[in-house]
Design a protein around this ligand. Structure first.
Ligand code: SF4
Ligand code: SF4
Length: 92
C-alpha cells in the first residue's frame, strides 16, 4: 500500500504534506505534488496536513480520481519521464 496525491492538489501545491513526511518521498511536479510509492512507508502523517484533502491511502482514493494512483507511480517511472521529456521537446 501507499498514499496517493489526487487532483485537488493541482493549483494548490502548498507543500504542507512534504514538510511532515518522515522519509521525504513527496516530490514536486509541474502540476501537483506526487508520492513515490516505492518510498512511502504508509505512516499517514501527510493525509491530515493537506488543506484540500488531496491525499488518500491507495485503497481509499475516490472513484473520480482513481487514475491518480497510477499517475503518481508513473511520475517516478524512468520510461514515462523519458517520454514526457521527448514530448516536451516536440511541443517546443
Ligand atoms: S504516508 Fe507517510 S511516508 Fe507516505 S507520503 Fe505520507 S508522510 Fe510520507
Ligand atoms: S498538502 Fe495537499 S495541496 Fe499541498 S502539496 Fe500536499 S497534496 Fe498538494
Amino acid at each position: 500500500m501507499t498514499y496517493v496525491i489526487a487532483e485537488p492538489c493541482m493549483g494548490t501545491k502548498n507543500a504542507s504534506c512534504a514538510t511532515v513526511c518522515p522519509v521525504d518521498c513527496i516530490y514536486e511536479g509541474d502540476d501537483q505534488y506526487y508520492i513515490n510509492p516505492d518510498e512511502c512507508i504508509d505512516c499517514g502523517a501527510c493525509e491530515p496536513e493537506c488543506p484540500v484533502t488531496a491525499i488518500f491511502a491507495d485503497d481509499s482514493v475516490p472513484e473520480q480520481w482513481a487514475q491518480d494512483t497510477q499517475k503518481n507511480a508513473n511520475f517516478f517511472s524512468p520510461a514515462v519521464q523519458r517520454t514526457r521529456a521527448s514530448n516536451n521537446r516536440a511541443a517546443t
